[in-house]
Design a binder for this molecule. Structure first.
Ligand code: SF4
Ligand code: FE
Length: 503
């Protein structure tokens, strides 16, 4: 059965020659670096839970290519139930790790490429889809960790790719060869790439005629010649080097271990190229990816918030405030906001529809609504957690103070609260809350899967305002009422020549 164990995943990374820089320095082995290890441990959980019989239904699926049981993270969504199970999987993993488990970007990129390679072939009689299915079979057989790479640096934001002073601000093909292509550029905010097997590179924007060199989608091994990862900084990340509980989420880290990935003239063989110049399909590819990924956040952030709500509820017991009605009401508000986003992610999945290739897409306006709510609810849930946990989140001394015999008695005595709990419980849970509501976590919720304005623009387009105006016209001017009821007379609709609904 093609399901890697966590140990096999870690060993497979050890066998790769990933070129990575962390803290500005070259790293020999990403597996053995304390800044990366928690993120690897998080991905290992995705492999581990797929082997737990109780979670088989959510964590695995049946491959439509082979009929074999595979990891859900390598599966093409076959129906609305698959979309719902994905959201359930994300909530489960969020609950198990409290953080970003990184594999969803690759999953959504895989699905987007599957759908669009089919649509390109239908339009142009090319053979990308068969090629992509071969690649997909390899990913499923090997249960690979895939990182989707979408976001280009973008340079001057008012200019298109072809108008940039530096043409490398968007990943592009710099050489077409008989056996493949050579690509150059970089992708930013790359979640999990530094501990992935493969990078699925997709265009990050719609393109116009003259920009064919930027219309490139391909799969690149994470240790291919010319691929370089430069690890991002996170809030409090140097605490990982100190050890101890000040890290907060000590086992799994904060967010997804994002990096810049540079493609320094990387050769990609033809069998790994899935789009090469088809500008007219780029916007669809970006849109498919973003729509699936926006629905995800109701699952993963739901699971993360479950852990945060738990940590906050426990903190109120440690402090002795848990019986207060106002405290309980604030916990209710946290729960309410969390379940609202989860419900919209499940709803978006339940109302999924079939794409031309046969796979399933979530309901777009609901998916955008999920992510829009996340940009607010994650902040509000964090705000309420701060409110209930108290100001010591920002002022408590570091954990080493509790080990130093010269001062330990004082910090233990004066940070003590409800005597049923050891003072270090207060510190540990306080550090968890501090780190998991830090700037990095909040900004990820704001901008991951697209900035809030990107969702709002999509929602306006998807909301069918003209259709809603027509609904209002029908309700207000309609004449198809049951005869004989004592309804008031209504004004007739003004002549279309006199009044126009169009603005
Ligand atoms: Fe998955 Fe959520 Fe992380 Fe995106 S932010 S990769 S959906 S866990
Ligand atoms: Fe994310």
């Amino acid at each position: 059965m093609p399901l890697k164990t966590p140990a096999e995943y870690v060993d497979s990374l050890r066998n790769m020659k990933i070129r990575a820089y962390v803290g500005g320095e070259f790293v020999d082995s990403v597996v053995d670096h304390p800044s990366v290890a928690p993120h690897i441990n998080t991905v290992a959980k995705t492999y581990e839970l797929a082997h737990v019989p109780e979670h088989e239904d959510v964590m695995t699926a049946i491959s439509h290519l082979t009929g074999e049981r595979i990891h859900r993270y390598t599966h093409i969504f076959q129906n609305a139930d698959d979309l719902i199970k994905k959201i359930q999987m994300l909530r489960l993993l969020g609950q198990a790790t409290g953080t970003c488990f990184q594999r969803c970007v690759g999953l959504d990129a895989l699905n987007a490429m599957y759908a669009v390679s089919y649509e390109i072939d239908q339009a142009n009689s090319t053979n990308y889809h068969a090629r992509f299915r071969d690649y997909l079979g390899y990913v499923q057989r090997e249960d690979l960790m895939l990182a989707g790479a979408m976001t280009d640096p973008k340079g001057h934001r008012a200019k298109k790719p072809s108008e940039q002073e530096d043409p490398d601000q968007f990943v592009r093909v710099v050489e077409q060869r008989s056996d493949g292509v050579v690509i150059r550029g970089a992708k930013l905010h790359n979640t999990g790439g530094i501990n992935s097997h493969e990078i699925l590179v997709l265009p990050g924007t719609g393109l116009v005629a003259g920009e064919e060199q930027y219309a490139i989608a391909c799969a690149v091994p994470a240790d291919a010649e010319g691929v370089v990862f430069i690890f991002g900084r996170q809030s409090n990340d140097s605490r990982k080097l100190e050890g101890g509980c000040d890290i907060g989420n000590t086992r799994f880290g904060v967010v997804g271990g994002e990096a810049m990935v540079v493609f320094d003239d990387v050769f990609v063989p033809t069998e790994r190229v899935f789009m090469n110049g088809e500008i007219e399909h780029c916007a669809t590819l970006v849109n498919y990816f973003a729509t699936w990924h926006r629905a995800n956040y109701g699952g993963c952030k739901g699971g993360n918030a479950d852990v945060l709500i738990g940590a906050t509820a426990k903190m109120t017991r440690i402090l002795g405030t848990d019986r207060n009605a106002i405290v309980k009401d604030k916990l209710i508000e946290m729960i309410h906001r969390n379940e609202t986003t989860y419900a919209s992610a499940i709803g978006s999945s339940a109302l999924g529809y079939q794409l031309p290739c046969g796979s399933f897409m979530v309901d777009p306006i609901l998916a955008n609504t999920v992510k829009q709510n996340i940009t607010r609810n994650v902040y509000e849930i964090g705000r309420l957690s701060h409110d209930l946990a108290g100001g010591f989140l920002a002022t408590m001394p570091d954990s080493k103070s509790f080990d130093n015999p010269e001062i330990a008695d004082w910090v233990r005595k004066y940070y003590g609260a409800n005597p049923e709990y050891d003072v270090m419980e207060r510190i540990r849970f306080g550090r968890y809350i501090e780190n998991m509501t830090s700037v990095t976590t909040m900004v990820e919720a704001m901008h991951g899967a697209g900035s809030p304005q990107a969702q709002r623009i999509s929602m306006l387009g998807q909301a069918d305002i003209e259709g809603k105006i027509e609904m209002a016209n029908k309700v207000i001017y309609g004449t198809d009422d049951v005869a004989g009821l004592p309804l008031p007379d209504v004004n007739p609709k003004p002549d279309a020549d006199e009044v126009s609904d169009k603005t």
